[in-house]
Design a protein around this ligand. Structure first.
Ligand code: PGA
Length: 245
């Protein structure tokens, strides 16, 4: 069983989120893979009850570094958990880029999410300039070490890493997916790094232009434990197919 996470980003109205959640419950067969839907914050209280007891899980796209306090505009992992979410995506490249989230901030968010019983999905990945310079492994090594500094988990399933090469994310200019064989090699590298830091073999998902045609190639790789899907998760036909593989 692999883990497939839908990242709906900020692409949907409340009504569309609710409709997509209902369609997902109807069309996705729970049990083949673990499936997690991550709507935006405002939709969590509406999507949560739709997924309840269906086998599909709820996740958020971010959470605060503190559980409560004077942090105007932030959303507490404690309340995300109370809404029924089990997972939270942290350190997505769009947040690192547009909201200047550093690995130090992501590190605090991971600890706070864990304290509140959420499973952090830590996103890492290099820009095209890093890839071109041949320094992908050095870059990932730093990003992983800083993001996971001092993080302690009790079991392997307490934390997930999502490897998303930034140049492969479908909404970025000239995006193209990384080949499954290249991704497999990097996953092996990330798994070894993470296991050293966390002392547990955590799952590593691939993300970046995954679609209904190429998803199977990634899922066939031993070191790719699942997928983080953006654009294709908004199309129920494509996403339900990906979840059935
Ligand atoms: P994409 O997005 O599948 O549209 O490339 C993935 C992501 O950004 O999480």
């Amino acid at each position: 069983m692999k883990t497939i996470i839908a990242n709906w980003k900020m692409q949907l109205t409340l009504k569309e989120s609710l409709e997509l959640a209902r369609q997902s419950v109807k069309k996705i067969k729970a049990g083949k893979n673990k499936v997690v839907l991550c709507p935006d914050f405002s939709a969590l209280p509406f999507v949560g009850p739709v997924l309840n007891k269906t086998g599909l899980e709820l996740g958020a796209q971010d959470s605060a570094a503190a559980s409560r306090g004077a942090y105007t505009g932030e959303v507490s992992p404690m309340n995300i958990k109370a809404l029924g979410a089990k997972y939270v995506i942290l350190g997505h490249s769009e947040r690192r880029e547009h909201l200047h989230e550093s690995s130090a901030i992501v590190n605090d968010k991971i600890k706070s999410a864990l304290d509140n019983g959420l499973v952090p999905v830590l996103c890492v990945g290099e820009k095209s300039a890093v890839k071109k310079s041949g320094e992908t492994e050095e870059y990932l090594d730093q990003e992983i070490r800083h993001s996971l500094k001092g993080v302690k988990i009790k079991k392997a399933s307490d934390l997930i890493i999502a490897y998303e090469p930034i140049w492969a994310i479908s909404t970025n200019k000239n995006a193209k997916p990384m080949s499954a064989s290249e991704a497999e090699k990097i996953h092996k590298f990330i798994k070894a790094k993470a296991a050293k830091i966390l002392k547990k073999p955590v799952a590593v998902l691939y993300g970046g232009s995954v679609n209904s045609v190429n998803a199977g190639e990634y899922l066939n790789q031993d070191n790719i434990d699942g997928l983080l899907v953006g654009g294709a998760s908004l199309k129920i036909k494509d996403f339900s197919h990906i979840c059935s593989l």
